[in-house]
Design a protein around this ligand. Structure first.
Ligand code: CO
Length: 151
């Protein structure tokens, strides 16, 4: 495993739409392992491939619960319930925080690293993290969704 450099706000790659993953090989496994190491090292609870410079529909979330690192490839949100308005930050926008509106409960369908399809639901912080990371795959940052900025 290796740490990857985290792309910082202002880099145009953070605004691009990522491509679907069609090949589930060792390169993908290495990327996922590296992303987890990079996320943990930066004390984050999520990371998306464009944040390490790759335009692939790959993201991970770890909210320190029993699921550990959740790897989501080609994720889509298939259900949203309720609303929450909470603080959010991003490893690509260091030192800043803001408040966004997100669904309270989110269900995601994605592929795992073997290419198998799974669904996973999360509420609260986990739902926010799912939305935040999946937004990254479409070039959307939490700052696009601010209801309040609290630096
Ligand atoms: Co982010």
């Amino acid at each position: 495993m290796a740490l990857r450099n985290i792309v910082i706000f202002g880099d145009p790659i953070l605004r691009k739409v990522c491509r679907s993953v069609v090949i589930f090989d060792d390169h993908l496994a290495v990327l996922l392992d590296d992303m987890a190491e990079t996320m943990h090292s930066a004390d984050g609870c999520g990371l998306a491939a464009p944040q390490v410079g790759l335009l692939k529909r790959v993201c991970i979330v770890d909210v320190s619960d029993e699921d550990g690192v959740i790897e989501m490839i080609n994720p889509i949100i298939i259900e949203k319930k309720g609303h929450q308005e909470e603080g959010e930050g991003c490893l690509s926008i260091p030192g800043e925080y803001g408040t966004t509106k997100r669904p309270m409960v989110v269900t995601v369908r994605a592929n795992n690293r073997k290419g198998e399809t799974f669904t996973i639901s999360g509420s609260g912080l986990k739902a926010r993290a799912f939305c935040h990371e999946i937004d990254h795959l479409d070039g959307i940052l939490y700052t696009d969704r601010l209801t309040k900025k609290n630096k």
